[in-house]
Ligand binder design. Structure first.
Ligand SMILES: *[C@@H]1O[C@H](CO)[C@@H](O)[C@H](O)[C@H]1NC(C)=O
Ligand SMILES: *[C@@H]1O[C@H](CO)[C@@H](O)[C@H](O)[C@H]1NC(C)=O
Ligand SMILES: *[C@@H]1O[C@H](CO)[C@@H](O)[C@H](O)[C@H]1NC(C)=O
Ligand SMILES: *[C@@H]1O[C@H](CO)[C@@H](O)[C@H](O)[C@H]1NC(C)=O
Ligand SMILES: *[C@@H]1O[C@H](CO)[C@@H](O)[C@H](O)[C@H]1NC(C)=O
Ligand SMILES: *[C@@H]1O[C@H](CO)[C@@H](O)[C@H](O)[C@H]1NC(C)=O
Length: 557
């Protein structure tokens, strides 16, 4: 009897051992996905060709969009620094003090160091994090720069924009070089086009990655932000010359800038495919805010048919072109109307990376983990978005379900209208053959992910917003708050504030709650000690060289 029992237990032990090994193999085979986050700068709703206009043909971006999930109810903040702060912290800018305008290089502030940010969370899960391109979340001391905040390498720049070739930035009457390779000033990159610099570095990071760690690669383009006043739209003459169908010269240069970035997206996909890791990657494409149209910021973007521009709280300033792509997503190749905010990426990606997003409960973030919502195509768990509260400029906006409240406006209402160009919206002008012949489409084909032509066209139609852009009941936000039904009136043509006073009341009271939870904007006066002319004409971490920089001086505007 003893012998039988012993045999039995030995067999059991062996069985458990085999089971354990099996689980280990299955578990270790499923390595966490690589995450590539591509952030375009100032790209408008109507500046990609998957939203219905063929004017700027973006085959690589489109191919990923159709085979992934096009996020068509995707909101960001209206301007660079606030939006990037929400991406990194998962918090609305009113909760980090970043809600008012952008950070300037000679301003003694940054995204608060008390905030733990996306790469730091991913590092906890074993990720290796790299940034290429623009930071714009603080650099007056080293402590605020990417390498001190979870990234292992950075080729790119610290402030908000630059000339695409000489990499200098004009800001607040100051001027200096802003190009870094980690902490070193990258003088050697002079003359090299920024989109290519970013692209080449991203490809290098992919090829040189530590293969025993998952990769987080944050690709923050300079494109399509305007450059300096002496050359606001820096594009290659060859790229511009190829675009014969656009008459307006600025728009043509803008299109060349965007198409160069589209090519860069293709190069990143190629590198992932070459490394055989495309099948275990998540690619996100997003604009940081709406497009500066019609000469705003010396630029030529288009948010048509959406209202307004960058740095306004109209849909054109905040409803962004974006998608998530991955073979790991179950319900893909679709257009999603699930409400999604840029602050949702932190918990969503943390989940995708294998983390348990319930850790964010104590940290009081505003972002919501929507990984399973996207993965399984469930109803969004987000029911509201605070677009912003800017008590300095007196503008706020909140969305609850389909209702959007607009209180006040920026620029005294000068940018409250609709701007083109509309672009060619006939389907025959959209070159599906060129799209299918792109290197990205070929890479997708190998993964069995390339949708057929019918699906592509169906997605494109579903992603296209159509409106008349004729105001029915005029909204005068400087006089009194307005209300829109965004589901049925995505272009904000029909002000319903007088028609639905109770809904107005609900939204106003929710806005007041948010206002009560906000912290003051952290903006500071420009500090001359930050002027690059005192630092060899380089934008630098000047606060480290001055012991008397006062972080807590008062806002003055
Ligand atoms: C690569 O990653 C592994 C696992 O985290 C680590 O042990 C190793 O030191 C890393 N190698 C390099 C060169 O960083
Ligand atoms: C991806 O493809 C490579 C090469 O074919 C393969 O070794 C790997 O197991 C695949 N990974 C996934 C997650 O499918
Ligand atoms: C995540 O953590 C919470 C709280 O510790 C726990 O209740 C939950 O089961 C965890 N979820 C998963 C999927 O592990
Ligand atoms: C739009 O494109 C189609 C097909 O290429 C062309 O026939 C038509 O003339 C274009 N329309 C405009 C307004 O450019
Ligand atoms: C596909 O692209 C290649 C170059 O990338 C080009 O040589 C070829 O002519 C294209 N084919 C079609 C059918 O457009
Ligand atoms: C938020 O509260 C501040 C201080 O009480 C007030 O000045 C401001 O007008 C409020 N803003 C909104 C949008 O209610």
């Amino acid at each position: 009897m003893n012998k039988t029992r012993k045999n039995f237990s030995t067999n059991l032990t062996a069985l458990f051992y085999i089971l354990f090994q099996l689980i280990k193999v299955v578990y270790t085979d499923k390595s966490p996905p690589n995450i590539i986050f591509i952030l375009a700068d100032d790209l408008g709703w109507n500046d990609v060709s998957f939203h219905g206009s063929s004017q700027i043909f973006t085959p690589h971006i489109d191919a990923l969009a159709y085979s992934g999930i096009i996020l068509n109810s995707y909101y960001v903040n209206p301007i660079c620094t606030p939006s990037r702060s929400a991406l990194m912290t998962g918090k609305y800018p009113i909760h980090t003090g970043m809600q008012h305008t952008v950070l300037f290089g000679a301003e003694a502030r940054g995204l608060p160091l008390t905030e733990k940010i996306l790469p730091q969370y991913l590092k906890d899960l074993g990720y290796s994090n790299h940034i290429v391109g623009k930071w714009h979340l603080g650099s007056y001391t080293k402590a605020y720069t990417p390498l001190m905040r979870g990234f292992e390498s950075h080729v790119g720049f610290w402030t908000g924009h630059q000339d695409y070739f000489d990499h200098t930035a004009e800001e607040k009457g100051m001027w200096g070089l802003d190009m870094r390779r980690n902490f070193d000033v990258a003088y050697d990159l002079h003359g090299k086009y920024i989109t290519d610099v970013i692209s080449n570095e991203a490809v290098k990071v992919i090829h040189n990655r530590n293969t025993s760690q998952p990769l987080f690669l944050y690709v923050a383009h300079a494109a399509s932000h305007s450059g300096n006043s002496y050359n606001p739209l820096p594009a290659f003459d060859d790229d511009v010359a190829k675009i014969k169908h656009i008459d307006d010269f600025n728009r043509r240069k803008f299109a060349a800038i965007v198409q160069h970035m589209d090519k860069s997206v293709g190069e990143i996909v190629n590198a992932l495919a070459e490394e055989n890791i495309l099948n275990n990657s998540i690619i996100i494409f997003s604009s940081d805010n709406g497009g500066p149209a019609a000469g705003f910021n010396l630029n030529a973007a288009s948010n048509f048919p959406l209202r307004g521009v960058k740095n306004t709280l109209w849909e054109g300033g905040i409803r962004a072109a974006g998608f998530i792509w991955s073979p790991l997503l179950k319900q893909r190749a679709r257009v999603s109307n699930q409400l999604f905010h840029i602050s949702d990426w932190l918990p969503t990606l943390y989940h995708a990376a294998g983390g348990n997003s319930s850790i964010f409960k104590q940290r009081k973030i505003d972002g919501i983990d929507q990984f399973e919502i996207l993965n399984e195509n469930l109803q969004s768990s987000r029911t509201e978005v605070l677009h912003n509260i800017d008590n300095i400029w007196g503008s706020s906006s909140l969305m609850m379900d389909k209702w959007k409240l607009v209180v006040g406006t920026n620029y005294d209402g000068q940018w409250d209208y609709w701007y083109g160009p509309v672009g060619n919206r006939t389907e025959s002008s959209y070159s599906i053959n060129d799209l299918l012949n792109s290197s990205t489409a070929k890479a997708l084909e190998k993964l069995n992910m390339l949708p057929d032509v019918d699906t592509i066209l169906r997605s494109r139609r579903a992603a296209t917003v159509a409106c008349t852009n004729i105001e029915i009941d005029k909204c005068k936000p400087l006089e009194k708050p307005c209300l829109f039904d965004i589901l049925n009136d995505p272009c904000e043509e029909n002000n319903l504030a007088d028609k639905y006073p109770n809904i107005m009341k609900t939204l106003m009271s929710r806005l007041n709650e948010f206002n009560a939870s906000s912290i003051p904007a952290s903006n500071l006066p420009i500090d001359q000690r930050g002027n690059p002319k005192y630092h060899n004409y380089v934008w630098t971490n000047w606060g480290d060289f001055n012991n008397d920089v006062n972080e807590h001086s008062t806002i003055h505007y």
